[in-house]
Design a protein around this ligand. Structure first.
Ligand SMILES: [Zn+2]
Length: 682
């Protein structure tokens, strides 16, 4: 290490406080974190050392101002761990995990700080606070109580130990999964084994082989899901079987990457932590502070949806079997997507793989995703070639409001890499806050296969959907107009956060939008009207399967995290436990497996979704109800966009989300639109 100053510790100098990634080296992170921990510790000590009576200003505002450096360093770092987690970065992450949780605990469990906040909380009705400030007091008070600030010293020590162990275990889970996912990438010797893939897909597999030093062969890398997009088009049944088998084996084999003991220990420690806080299970502790409120409320929704979804999946399977009979095949899980495409082709005359030439990535992005947001919200998105992201493949865009004022930056990281975790996500590098005078910088990550040099990126319809979805999260972050950093953008309840992103998917097939972006790569012809019609007609198609695989994963999550300490301490066979849970809710059809099995269920064992995977369908109730509102009110208009932006997106976490929803919608959400959309209305 040189003695040049650590760029992470210098005041932000780039537009929108974009981190100077080009000059940050791996060895800068740990020292920066240590400095940032110390800085926030000193800021919090200054709050608790005061002899003045606790006030909103000297306690809450001071707390909101604290941790500025830590927030900056953390967001800079954790953007990279997911998107470009090299071995060096992973090593830092592992070393950091226990330090981070110890630091967080020290503040969350600070008895003096909690007493000061409790004192302000007690006089809340006598204070002349605006709604957001009032809510800030309530949230800090509640969050600290839930974190264990009210416990005695011995209990707090126990809690801190648990958090430290958990942070190490969850990091291990993610590392094992990434390693095993790479190890299990399926190698094919001959292109004929991959018959059915498009030219772009085939060249991507050849490229992946070359990257791994396997010139002349073909490597299919695994995705996060149990299923794989290629399963829909591979004509060779043995290839399909190999691909699905590899996918389902991830981190469940007797080797160094086995996540079974890791997840059992995570579950046990989470149950122990919940018990310490006075809850019967981790799920009960988590759900107490979500819009759902309790495990019972979640179970009620999941059970209500499971039976019709499973029945629909069985009906779909019968239709698949009818076609598979001609091939002498009894439908198994690895056949489902392939025969689904055949049924789709027969029933709707739709070949989804053949749609790719209409979905060239750049057009989808500019003339679809950005265009829709421009129509709705009047924003303008322009690329800033002069600004640099954390990786050469990252692109930086500046976003302006209709009146020309600056809104924030949007970074796009489209392509898959071995150093990137699976799936797609949005995160913030800078969050908006009036108190700090910051504007948002947000990132979207996808895992699109990179085509061979010189060939265009042609997206699948699913990838188009993902792009719209993640940009919905990005807008949520960009449109934040909150005062306090605590509430910025997507800092809302987890079972609410997917709602705005899901709503943004409604524009994919919206006539003016689709006509603008879905143009054939060679001919510039729009997607033919009859194809569009058939896409609409087939929207509920295969929803029995899609809903079942999702509900199955949600139920597995609830089952693990619904265990008491005693139950979680038993010697549990992971596969058997999972099978029993799925049988309990009637989602045990072997041909329609869970979207994630326990050993690779990163959302709940290493991501932030423990006891929360139900959130997607929970927030889809709001989504479907909102889509109906847009349709009833004339669809794609500035007026509609502005109402949604002001009353809902901009609010961020600064108030009760269901109250914001009522304010936007004029009433509470109704479930009927969701049931109809998924063909579950009966
Ligand atoms: Zn999302």
């Amino acid at each position: 290490m040189t003695d040049s100053p650590n760029p992470l510790l210098s005041p932000p100098a780039l537009p929108y406080d974009l981190p100077p990634y080009g000059s940050i080296a791996v060895e800068h992170y740990l020292p920066a974190f240590h400095a940032a921990f110390a800085a926030q510790r000193a800021e919090v000590d200054a709050i608790t050392a005061q002899t003045d009576e606790p006030t909103f200003e000297n306690t809450l505002i001071a707390l909101e101002r604290s941790g500025e450096l830590l927030g900056r360093v953390s967001r800079t770092f954790y953007t990279i761990t997911g998107a470009d987690g090299t071995a060096e970065i992973q090593a830092v992450e592992e070393e950091l995990a226990p330090l981070m949780s110890a630091h967080r605990d020290a503040i969350q469990l600070d008895a003096t700080l909690f007493a000061r906040i409790a004192a302000v909380h007690e006089q809340l009705d006598d204070l002349d606070l605006d709604a957001e400030s009032r809510y800030l007091v309530q949230r800090h008070h509640r969050e600290m109580a839930l974190a264990g600030a009210g416990l005695d010293d011995a209990q707090k020590q126990h809690l801190t130990d648990l958090n430290q162990s958990l942070s190490v275990l969850t990091t291990t889970f993610e590392k094992n999964l990434l390693a095993d996912t790479n190890d299990l990438a399926v190698v094919f010797d001959d292109a004929s084994e991959l018959d059915g893939l498009g030219d772009g897909e085939l060249s991507a597999t050849a490229q992946a082989a070359t990257t791994r030093g396997l010139d002349g062969r073909y490597v299919v890398t695994l995705t996060l899901y149990t299923g794989h997009p290629y399963l829909a088009s591979l004509t060779n049944r043995e290839s399909r079987r190999r691909l699905l088998e590899a996918s389902r084996a991830r981190a469940s084999r007797d080797n160094a990457n086995d996540n079974r003991p890791v997840l059992r220990e995570i579950v046990r420690l989470r149950a122990e932590r919940a018990a310490l806080l006075g809850y019967p299970s981790h799920a009960a502790a988590v759900l107490a502070d979500q819009t759902a409120g309790s495990p019972d409320a979640v179970a009620e929704l999941l059970r209500r949806l499971a039976a019709p979804a499973a029945a629909n999946a069985r009906a779909e399977q019968t239709a698949l079997q009818d076609i598979a009979d001609a091939d002498g095949i009894r439908i198994e899980a690895h056949d489902w997507a392939f025969y689904t495409e055949k049924v789709r082709a027969e029933k709707y005359d739709l070949d989804r793989a053949a749609l790719r030439p209409w979905f060239e990535a750049e057009r989808v992005l500019r003339d679809g995703v950005f265009f829709a947001a421009e129509q709705l919200y009047g924003i303008r998105v322009t690329e800033r070639h002069d600004l640099q992201g954390y990786h050469p493949e990252v692109r930086v865009f500046e976003v302006h409001n209709a009146d020309g004022s600056e809104l924030g930056l949007f970074l796009l990281d489209l392509y898959t890499r071995d150093t990137k975790r699976g799936g797609a996500w949005m995160n913030s590098i800078v969050t908006q806050s009036a108190l700090r005078g910051t504007a948002p910088v947000v990132v979207n990550n996808l895992n699109v296969s990179k085509p061979a040099p010189g060939t265009p990126t042609l997206l699948s319809l699913d990838e188009v959907t993902t792009l719209f979805h993640e940009f919905g999260h990005a807008l949520h972050g960009l449109f934040a107009t909150v005062t306090y950093p605590h509430f910025a953008g997507t800092a809302v309840y987890r079972d609410f956060v997917e709602f705005p992103s899901q709503v943004n998917e409604m524009w994919i097939l919206w006539p003016e939008i689709l006509a603008n972006y879905a143009r054939h790569i060679d001919t510039d012809e729009p997607l033919p009207a009859d194809v569009v019609e058939r896409l609409h007609a087939s929207e509920a198609f295969n929803q029995g399967f899609a809903t079942s695989e999702y509900l199955a994963a949600s139920w597995i999550d609830q089952a693990w995290h619904g265990l008491s300490v005693e139950e979680a301490s038993a010697e549990i066979d992971v596969a058997a436990f999972q099978a029993a849970a799925l049988s309990d809710i009637g989602l045990d059809n072997p041909a329609a497996p869970t979207r994630y099995a326990s050993t690779y269920f990163a959302h709940v064992f290493s991501g932030g979704y423990s006891a929360g995977y139900y959130s997607y369908i929970w927030s889809e109730v709001l989504d479907a109800d909102t889509v109906e509102w847009f349709r009833e009110n004339g669809g794609l208009t500035r007026e509609n966009g502005d109402r949604f932006r002001q009353r809902l997106l901009g609010v961020g976490g600064s108030g009760d989300p269901l109250a914001a929803y009522r304010d936007f919608r004029g009433r509470d959400a109704e479930i009927q639109p969701l049931l109809e959309r998924r063909g579950l209305a009966g």
